[in-house]
Design a protein around this ligand. Structure first.
Ligand code: BGC
Length: 756
């Protein structure tokens, strides 16, 4: 591709800044001399102000995802003070703004359009945590691919996704945006999403640049309170929170976003350690780094910068290329250069990275190539995209409990009561961070899905019955209507959970219980003696222990997206056999948090004591075990696992072993099973988790069918941050499980060793 920068009038000599002729460059850039020459020529013409403009990203006034700093974004574009705009979409609007940059600025450098396309653009897929519950990498990649197809058709070049923060605290509302608690699953999903968004060719107009966010350790916010302090060990940072980011780099992610939090006393947007030492020097990341929303400014209240000028210097010197919405670079960076607080070379490096991305997207050649009204009209809400959203939604659902075959619904049920605040609520179907998704007309509710699916003649009744509003706890206004309906129905579908905005950003909770008066209604419904099926809509693990004890069937449907109601009906009626498994542990109550399957054993594990023994690591009032384990999820069929076998019981450096088990569908219907491989490193130079997921495979089996699943393990798969802080494996003894769920009791382990 050739760049065609339009002729420009030269900037006054005093304004021009030197452009380094040689810079450390990634391979793809070195091998593109045409691009390098183009960008060098362009940069040679740029004033310092124009360069700083390329490092500035502002929101349009279409949507607000944080505090608004500048209303004058159009004027800022015209004056070359902005390199990118977010929260602006549609072919027409992006073209309108692009015109301001291309027609009215001196250098005609096109804008980059970013947006939070997190789980769909117009057609909304299940929330990211829900998608993760599918453990289906192909489906997850496809969801990202189709999201990119829709978003790019509305002029978007760049998505602020995937969110790859490991999250182990369900109080934190943003747990809904990621892939859950696990390092291995999270890393695989991070890579799948990057591949999906970016496709094979960034220059293709139906792909978008992906962003790995939020770098780093945002999910470890103290007490699950959003934006709160993070104070974790270097080892935990490296072994738990960083690997999904590294996986995104290895998958070729184009950009990184910093996080709001501090890590060990340094706000992430000012952390040279994270943004340069690790990201650039150790991992070789060659894209650009954007901050999170005003997070440079926030280094002042963090107490890390005395004023905005200093925070801008700290951010740029740490390795931040682009300032999202803070206008700190815009307002202060030129002065910092003149005072010698910031190196011109550092600014040039950042500018080059942004220009490279614009070049790779083909924007210099054709600035409007993504803003195409016909393509937009032919693409958004395309039937195949809607169908894919339905498919991913049903794959994401987790059957938590199914006693006595309560599900699928019996064909003899002649009357179904659909009850609850989430039963017929369109806006709740698509969850938070749902981009340009329509929340008022398109989403298919659970009631609608059931009505359309039920056989003619089956009576479907509906009552909202309860409320999820915090203030409504204690009220019972709708109970009588709901109970009357329940009494005259054969089965009750209770659709309960959390309002869509109770998870997501700035949506932390100190309780994981059903909010409002839902629990009280659920208890009254169960007391009718009618079979109750609980369908949970939520973006976090909830403590639903009472329901687990008293309700025969529980289906966790997350926020399933635009086609969610159809997907729920597919599962309830048995048209789709559920196959989701939890990507996160469900605690019994909030007091167990943080609880995750790969905890350490402690010196006094509970197994050392008899029931109720004192002086072991336990609670007085709650078992140590969670309500539902990581990896848990039932099916309408059953699966048998043979004992695991190994190709060899010992491996050495450079070697490998295979572990196999035969899985049999022992039930009566076809089904999919996520087969999970766990390993425990028994003794290390530092203590090791009781289990770590090291592989998984989703298999489809007809009734009676068996399949042998084989995993390959190499010593490197068992690497961690050792006592001396080096990364690698250690010789020793290991245990291995091939199992349907985490937990030492899920299958019989086999042992192996690694020798030097
Ligand atoms: C969020 C980011 C998001 C950004 C832009 C921030 O508040 O933390 O995840 O990408 O806003 O909307």
């Amino acid at each position: 591709m050739t760049g065609t920068a339009a002729p420009v009038t030269a900037a006054p000599a005093s304004d021009r800044t030197a452009v380094p002729v040689t810079q450390a460059q990634p391979d793809w850039a070195r091998s593109n001399p045409e691009m390098n020459t183009f960008i060098s020529d362009l940069m040679a013409q740029m004033t310092l102000k124009e360069k700083i403009g390329q490092l500035t990203l502002l929101t349009s006034n279409w949507e607000s995802t944080g505090p608004t700093m500048r209303d004058s974004y159009k004027e800022d574009i015209r004056s070359g003070r902005v390199g990118g705009i977010f929260n602006a979409y549609t072919a027409a609007y992006t073209a309108e703004l692009q015109r301001l940059a291309v027609d009215e600025t001196r250098l005609k450098i096109p804008l980059l359009f970013g947006y939070d396309v997190i789980h769909g653009h117009r057609t909304i897929f299940p929330i990211s945590l829900g998608e993760a519950a599918s453990w289906d990498l192909a489906a997850i990649e496809q969801a990202a691919r189709l999201s990119a197809v829709e978003a790019s058709a509305e002029g978007i070049h760049w998505t602020f996704s995937p969110m790859v923060d490991i999250a182990r605290d369900p109080r934190w509302g943003r747990i809904s945006e990621g892939a859950g608690e696990d390092v291995h699953l999270g890393s695989k999903i991070a890579a799948a999403r990057v591949r999906g968004y970016q496709g094979d060719d960034l220059a293709a107009t139906d792909t978008v640049v992906a962003t790995a966010k939020h770098f780093a350790a945002y999910g470890a916010a103290q007490a699950g309170r959003d934006y709160h302090t993070v104070d974790i060990s270097e080892r935990t940072l490296r072994d738990v929170y960083l690997p999904p980011f590294k996986a995104a780099v290895d998958a070729g992610v184009g950009s990184f976003m910093t996080s709001f939090n501090e890590v060990d006393g340094i706000p992430a947007s000012g952390s040279r350690y994270l943004l340069t030492d690790i990201l650039r020097d150790q991992w070789g990341f060659d894209g650009f780094v954007v901050t999170d929303y005003t997070s440079i400014n926030e280094m002042v209240p963090h107490g890390y910068s005395k004023d905005l000028k200093q925070s801008g210097e700290q951010a740029l010197n740490a390795g931040v290329d682009m300032d999202m919405q803070g206008a700190v670079y815009m307002d202060h960076l030129a002065q910092s250069v003149s005072e010698g607080k910031v190196d011109q070379a550092a600014i040039d490096r950042a500018v080059r990275r942004i220009l490279e991305m614009k070049y790779r997207l083909g924007l210099f050649e054709a600035p409007y190539r993504y803003s195409n009204v016909e393509r937009q009209e032919a693409t958004i809400y395309r039937p195949d995209i809607l169908e894919a959203a339905r498919d991913v939604a049903r794959k994401s659902m987790v059957l938590l409990k199914n006693e006595g075959g309560a599900l699928p619904l019996a064909s003899t049920a002649q009357s179904i009561a659909v009850i609850g605040p989430l039963a017929d609520s369109k806006e709740d179907m698509i969850g938070s961070w749902s981009a340009a998704g329509d929340r008022s007309t398109r989403p298919v509710t659970i009631l609608q899905g059931i009505r359309e699916r039920a056989a003619s003649g089956v009576n479907i009744g509906y009552a909202k019955g309860a409320s999820y509003a915090y203030g409504d706890a204690g009220k019972d206004d709708g109970f009588a209507e709901a109970l009357a309906l329940a009494q005259k129905s054969d089965v009750i579908i209770a659709a309960m959970g959390e309002k869509w905005d109770m998870t997501g950003e700035a949506a932390s909770r100190t309780s994981l219980d059903l909010p409002g008066n839902q629990q009280a209604l659920l208890e009254r419904l169960v007391a009718t003696g009618k079979p109750v099926i609980l369908v949970m809509l939520s973006g976090r693990p909830n403590s639903i222990g009472w329901a687990d004890e008293n309700v025969p069937a529980i289906l966790h449907a997350w926020y399933p997206g635009t086609m969610g109601g159809h997907a729920v009906a597919d599962v309830l009626f048995g048209d789709y056999n559920p196959s989701g498994k939890l990507p996160v542990t469900f605690p019994r109550n909030v007091g167990q948090v943080p609880i995750h399957y790969d905890m350490k054993n402690t010196g006094r594990p509970i197994e050392l004591g008899a029931d109720n023994a004192k002086y072991v690591s336990r609670y007085l009032n709650t078992p140590n075990t969670p309500l539902y384990r990581f990896g848990h999820g039932l099916s309408y069929t059953s699966f048998g696992y043979s004992p695991a076998t190994l190709s060899t019981a010992s491996m050495t450096a450079g070697g490998s072993l295979t572990a196999s088990a035969t899985i049999t569908n022992t039930g009566k219907v076809a089904g999919e099973e996520v087969v999970q491989l766990y390993v425990r490193d028994l003794v290390g130079s530092v203590t090791r988790p009781v289990q770590e997921l090291k592989g998984f495979e989703k298999v489809t089996l007809a009734p009676g069918e068996s399949r042998t699943v084989t995993f390959t393990l190499r010593p490197e798969d068992l690497a961690f941050t050792r006592a001396d802080m080096s990364h690698g494996w250690e010789p020793g003894e290991f245990q291995l499980w091939i199992a349907p769920v985490s937990g030492a009791a899920a299958s019989v382990p086999v042992g192996f060793t690694i020798t030097e």
